[in-house]
Design a binder for this molecule. Sequence first.
Ligand code: ARG
Length: 460
Amino acid sequence: MAMWGGRFAAGTDQLVAQLSESVSYDRRLYAHDVRQSIAHVRMLAKQGIVTDADADACVDGLRRIQADIESGAFGAWDPALEDVHMNIESRLTKNIGVSGAKLHSARSRNDQVATDLRLYLREEIDRLTLLVRRLQRALVEQADAHCATLMPGFTHLQHAQPVVFGHYLLAYCEMLDRDAGRLRDCRERMDFCPLGSGAMASTTLPIDRFFTAEQLGFVHGPCRNSMDAVSDRDFAVELLSAISVSMMHLSRLSEDLIFASSQEASWLELGDAFCTGSSLMPQKKNPDVCELTRGKTGRVYGDLMALLTVMKGLPLCYNRDMQEDKEPVFDAVDTYRALLQIYADMIDSIKLRAERMRAAASDPALMATDLAEWLVRRGVPFREAHHRVGALVGYCARQSKALNALTLEEMRHSVPEADEECLRLFDPERSVQARDVFGGPAPNQVKRQVQFWRSQTWYP
Ligand code: ARG
């Protein structure tokens, strides 16, 4: 007989039971469920709702169940008991008798599951944040090693202007820093305790919600509205949005690394441990981690969409639809965590072909803007300067000549002010050095940003 079976004359249909069970995946919440139940029963005793002896028996019994789950002695979870909550409660009552049957006083699975999920996600966010920091450190250390390593920067996937590899890497460090901020914001907003909201209208029993919220470390105390508390999953939606944004960043970085390790670019090589071979072509070394990151980004977006769609249009308060929150949430968290765990080591493993990168950055066309800015320094309005240098580039294209192969004479057709200095502008080293602006790619500016990251409290 189900724990809620009192009003039923017949048992649940076998297929309905299969459809309804969630213990096959929500059992991962067992430690949070035990922790919550311990706080809850202590509160019940403090308020005189159960005796101290009942509470002690429950606390011991719950601890034993946790140990049994962890040692394997708990045995199989029972799908007929639907979820992790009823599996644990039913085992408790089986083990300790009537004291166990008092545990669920003033509680519903609706506030219970909302509390477990927040406890679980708070912890996951802390873990994910450490991994984001670890990846940022990997980027900063590579950036430090490559403060002066030239590469072409792109717009429209066309060579644009020379930068240094360190500057490029620190762009991702910035994105990940905002990602860590989004995780922090989301954790902060979810730090309220639903427990005591009951099914949706709290309870007639004299509970102390502030006590349980404090026991469970919810910094803002109990949720202020019982109907909201059992209905709200926006903390999970918010987390999945934050993870989706960060996955988008990892996906873009992956795409860049795939390109940079292609034969066309051949600018870098990823460590063997992060690539795989082909079952057919012996020569292949494929950037699968990057490709899987790109692919799994789509999957995580799907998790976010699934959750948003489950929640859309649900009437207040709890609806069983909401049980469908867990699989997308767990999947997104697991996927993101798995990739982060790999990614930092993969960044460490990058071996650059600095000469090839430098060669790509040395195309004098990439310094056309430098010549226009040289003219601006001599008082030529930028639009005019842009036009004249454009004409010069057109001339070069027609003559099949590189900009740095022009004679002063030729240059003066379009740029009458040109002098010997102009002929020396087409040096990529000089070009990046000259971009000595806060946030720019000059090596000393990149060093400065490396120092900034190293001075962060999370940096070891
Ligand atoms: N397993 C359920 C969930 O994950 C717990 C809450 C069930 N409440 C209920 N009244 N059926 O949402």
